[in-house]
Write a protein that binds this ligand. Sequence first.
Ligand SMILES: [Fe+2]
Ligand SMILES: [Fe+2]
Length: 264
Amino acid sequence: MAEITVRSIRFPFAGSVNLDRPGPELDEILPSLALSMTMPYLEPYLIRTMKVALKEIGDPVLAEDVRRFSQQEGHHFRNHALLNDEIREQFAASIAERLRGIEEALEADYQRFSRSKSLRFNVTYAEGFEAMTCAGALAAAEYGAFDRPDMLPGGDIWAWHMAEEIEHRTVAFQVYEHLVGSYPYRITVGTWSQLHYLRYTSRFARCMAEGLGHKLRRPRSPMHRSALRRYLRTWSPRYDPAKIEIPPGVDALLARFSKLAEAS
Ligand SMILES: [Fe+2]
Ligand SMILES: [Fe+2]
């Protein structure tokens, strides 16, 4: 059984988003804000998928992990929805409206996937997304990105969310192995899913950059290279998130957020 703690936390976001930053900082920040914009649609889709998957999961230990996974994702997207309200307010009405349009298109895709795609497809989308974000979260933890809560607008939401993504990293993979198990299907449909998701984050980021009059450049740093390396390892037929070594500091972060949840 994975050790997954459900932490009910609501972060304060009022006044936490300031996009009056130098270009190189915007190159780091906007892709993260784009990620935030997807969460109120992506994470409910994962929860709907896991609700259907639960009916097929015979293993009670995995079923409990899935329930905790879904509860964590529920707290994630509710916080991101609040942060996103602050993000939209930073832009002129025309840009905020375009952001809303991208949100609606993404939600329509996910509702359609839940309605008309197979459980096999939806479980693979979930695993593809989780494997990709976990690679990014591990690289961020490795390079101490969570030690600088002022780096990204929204503060501690990022450290909390990414630490919990690391904490529940095995769940979607184990559900995939339990219900589907095919390596070629994981790679083909999983990669398609990641590209589908990244097309939306790219649309959000470009729209926000345009609103700020900024030309977005791909940030290149040791952390980004580590994220890419970690992502490429997920393509191995021997990939298993349970075997990944967790960077130091993640357990302490999780303990800090457990305390915060208990206090709130
Ligand atoms: Fe999440
Ligand atoms: Fe997740």
